[in-house]
Design a protein around this ligand. Structure first.
Ligand SMILES: *Cc1c(COP(=O)(O)O)cnc(C)c1O
Length: 387
């Protein structure tokens, strides 16, 4: 087998998405072959014997190179789920007694992991509602080792200004890690904004077809090697078939996300003029409080938004959802098909009602993952159901 001759000198994200990492077999096919063997011949006993759980199989090499290149990082590790990436990504650089500065408004599963960090690992986590250097300075301690953030946030699409935060963290010798799932590397490249580590739920935009789960970590090679060793012990590897499916899917991430960006902007503008919608949260709208920052740090505003139905009538909400035909009421996000969720029943179900209220997440709020269908068909579906 040999690496694709096309891997060199790719600078455009679409060229990287299509070509980088591809491994050719003797037959010359343009796709990395699936190597699903778990028994693999080896000739040296140097401790890194080929075994899928050790992340040293060709399908892992191929897709991890592609993901690292898309984010402009040195190395990447692809694990079984986004949550596995979050858990390993944090555990690889913390020890009991350490302190983490973490954004308060984060993915629900990450928030649940904070309880485990506190209770089982004796790691102190401060959840911070306003991520600004001034505010962080109030909470930093000499045990602070990691700053964790997510932007745009789920489900309210708040935008965190990344550059001042990473600069502040560098001045304090604190490592920064960002969940870049919502933006995808097509719309936001956090390493260029000073972040040290990126994590992705590759289940979402990277996989893009709502048919596999994966997670990714991107960072310098020494860090990724630490994550690899730990993930091998915890058994968080992804199988060759799904690694291959992920590699295939990422080839179209550029054109998928561009279509989602365009659709979402058009739909957000339409929704914000609709009398039955009281509020639209989309960073592409000039009315969004994070719009100016998003324009600076993102190259597209993404396919995720949320909106609030006017009033307080849960029966109207459910009738609206039931009338939708093209748009599915379904968890997850980032797929080619448009989906809507009710955050109080899904991502934030495990978050207490008090915390939810503090975050502004209530029952009339709907999170919308815009697909790649034609915008006018999506709008027609919404229009009909809102009647
Ligand atoms: C889905 C999601 C995760 C968790 O990823 P899984 O692949 O479901 O484990 C983490 N962060 C964000 C922002 C997500 O949307």
């Amino acid at each position: 087998m040999s690496d694709s001759k096309y891997k060199q000198n790719n600078t455009g994200l679409n060229s990287i998405a299509v070509h980088t990492g591809t491994i050719r077999d003797a037959f010359g096919g343009v796709n990395t072959p699936i190597q699903s063997s778990t028994a693999i011949e080896y000739f040296t006993g140097n401790g890194n014997i080929p075994y899928p759980r050790n992340f040293n199989i060709p399908n892992h090499d191929a897709v991890s190179k592609k993901i690292a290149a898309l984010e402009g990082g040195e190395s990447a590790l692809v694990v079984s789920t986004g949550m596995a990436a979050i858990a390993i990504g944090i555990l690889a650089i913390t020890k009991p007694g350490d302190h983490i500065l973490m954004q308060n408004n984060i993915y629900g599963g990450t928030r649940a992991f904070v309880d485990i960090l506190r209770e089982k690992h004796n790691i102190n986590v401060t959840l911070i509602s306003s991520m600004t250097p001034e505010n962080l300075a109030q909470y930093v301690t000499k045990e602070s080792v990691l700053l964790y953030m997510e932007t745009p946030t789920n489900p309210l699409m708040e935008i965190i200004d990344i550059v001042p935060i990473t600069q502040w963290a560098k001045d304090h010798g604190i490592i920064t890690m960002i969940d870049n799932t919502f933006a995808s590397p097509i719309n936001q490249r956090p390493l260029e904004l000073g972040c040290d580590i990126i994590m992705h739920s590759a289940t979402k935009y990277m996989a893009g077809h709502s048919d596999l789960m994966a997670g990714a970590l991107i960072g310098n090679t020494a860090y990724i090697e630490k994550c690899r060793k730990l993930s091998a012990i915890y058994g968080m590897s992804l199988n060759a078939v799904d690694l291959s499916l992920l590699e295939r899917s990422i080839k179209t991430i550029g054109i998928r996300v561009q279509q989602q960006n365009a659709n979402a902007l058009e739909i957000a503008q339409w929704l914000s003029n609709h009398p039955r919608i009281s509020k639209v949260h989309y960073p592409g709208l000039p009315s969004h409080p994070g719009h100016e920052i998003a324009k600076r740090q993102m190259s597209g505003f993404g396919g995720m938004m949320s909106f609030e139905l006017a009033g307080n009538d849960i029966e109207y909400r459910d009738a609206f959802l039931q009338k939708l035909e093209l748009i599915s009421i379904a968890t997850s996000l980032g797929g080619v098909e448009s989906t809507i969720t009710i955050p109080t029943q899904t991502s934030h179900y495990i978050v207490s009602i008090e915390e939810r209220n503090a975050l502004g997440i209530h029952d009339m709020l709907l999170r919308f993952s815009v697909g790649i269908e034609d915008a006018h068909d999506i709008i027609n579906d919404l229009e009909k159901a809102l009647q």
